[in-house]
Design a protein around this ligand. Structure first.
Ligand code: ASP
Length: 338
């Protein structure tokens, strides 16, 4: 169990009542139920622990190295993480950990583990159970980077944090849950990705290039605003958040601006601003225009996953054509294009 920070690992200081991090090596004081598993659960903590809003790609690289260095020693990994950027971290890890054959389950909570009514205890207990679960052949039930939260297990790169208040903080609108936790843990095994070759060693894709911008369009967006984003120094790719099924203004200035940057080698990926559904650039003239100038579809991918996939691909390849080709593939089950 790797503790990175966030609400889950907090408790109230008895004197000041301020929230302070718990000592993760003493997690069984807060969650004594863990002893009942009879599992050997080792813990390690980032130092200092951080609010997940402070997370950077260097942190993802560190996390990958911890997993890789301990890979053969454990059946699975549970990462305690703040909820605010958990979907980004889960997406990034899914692309950085290649040929993963063990569960990496991220979890957190809305209320600190050391508080009454916390959702953290159940989230930790179920995450541990899922990370340790094996099938009759002895293979892990869910050898993926997942998020467990409030009785549901999600493919991490399909999630978005959508609720800042409710215990059900995450949603995976375009992909069903990998497991439902009630009296029993019901795994939807037909939805889980399993390796073809379980013996392949884990590889880390740690070279990330974050020279990416996100441009959310809106009625009334000005040419200057669009240009300002596209002209960002060093920018190699843009995630274009469009309306509905991938639609954007058809005005000449907008399309010619997009074309100018595509022709300069910028990778522009079209994702929808909608919470669910997919981009279909053939459905309306407003989408066809974008497609005809070389903007590519992000299909039903989330902004978080699209960004992190670009980070990894830009770090790996220099050719925009190669990057576009890889973007069209489901590398870790992040899109349903095929
Ligand atoms: N700000 C916190 C974080 O993301 C919120 C949380 O943990 O839920 O680290």
């Amino acid at each position: 169990m790797i503790y990175t920070g966030g609400t889950i690992g907090m408790k109230q200081d008895e004197k000041t009542m301020a929230l302070v991090p718990v000592d993760i090596s003493q997690i069984e004081v807060e969650v004594p139920e863990l002893k009942k598993f009879g599992y050997k659960i080792d813990t390690c903590s980032f130092d200092p622990v951080i609010d997940s809003s402070d997370i950077t790609p260097d942190f993802w690289v560190k996390l990958c190295h911890i997993i890789k260095a301990n890979y053969s020693r454990y059946d699975g990994f549970v990462v305690l993480h703040g909820t605010d950027t958990m979907s980004y971290t889960a997406s990034a890890l899914s692309f950085m950990l290649e040929d993963l054959s063990k569960p990496v389950v991220l979890t957190g909570s809305q209320l600190p583990v050391g508080m009454l009514r916390t959702d953290g205890k159940e989230n930790i207990i179920s995450s541990i159970e899922i990370a340790a679960a094996r099938d009759a052949q002895g293979h892990p039930m869910v050898p993926e980077v997942c998020i467990y939260f409030e009785s549901q297990l999600y493919r991490g790169n399909r999630t978005t944090k959508y609720n800042a208040e409710n215990f059900r903080a995450f949603r995976s609108a375009n992909y069903p849950v990998l497991a439902d936790v009630g009296i029993h843990i019901k795994y939807n095994r037909h939805l889980v990705r399993y390796p073809q070759d379980w013996s392949k060693p884990l590889k880390i894709r740690e070279k990330l290039d974050t020279n990416v911008a996100v441009l959310k369009i809106f009625p009334g967006i000005t040419r200057q605003a669009v240009e300002a984003v596209m002209e960002t120094k060093g920018c190699r790719a843009v995630v274009l958040e469009t309306f509905g099924s991938g639609n954007a203004p058809t005005s000449d200035w907008f399309l010619s601006t997009m074309k100018k940057y595509v022709d300069r080698g910028m990778v522009i990926v079209n994702v929808t601003q909608c919470q669910a559904g997919k981009v279909d650039m053939g459905a309306y003239a407003t989408g066809v225009g974008l497609r005809s100038i070389g903007v590519i579809s992000g299909f039903d991918g989330t902004t978080e996953a699209t960004l992190c996939k670009l980070f990894m691909l830009l770090g790996r390849y220099s050719s925009p054509e190669k990057i576009k080709k890889e973007m069209q593939k489901a590398l870790r089950g992040e899109i349903s294009c095929i």
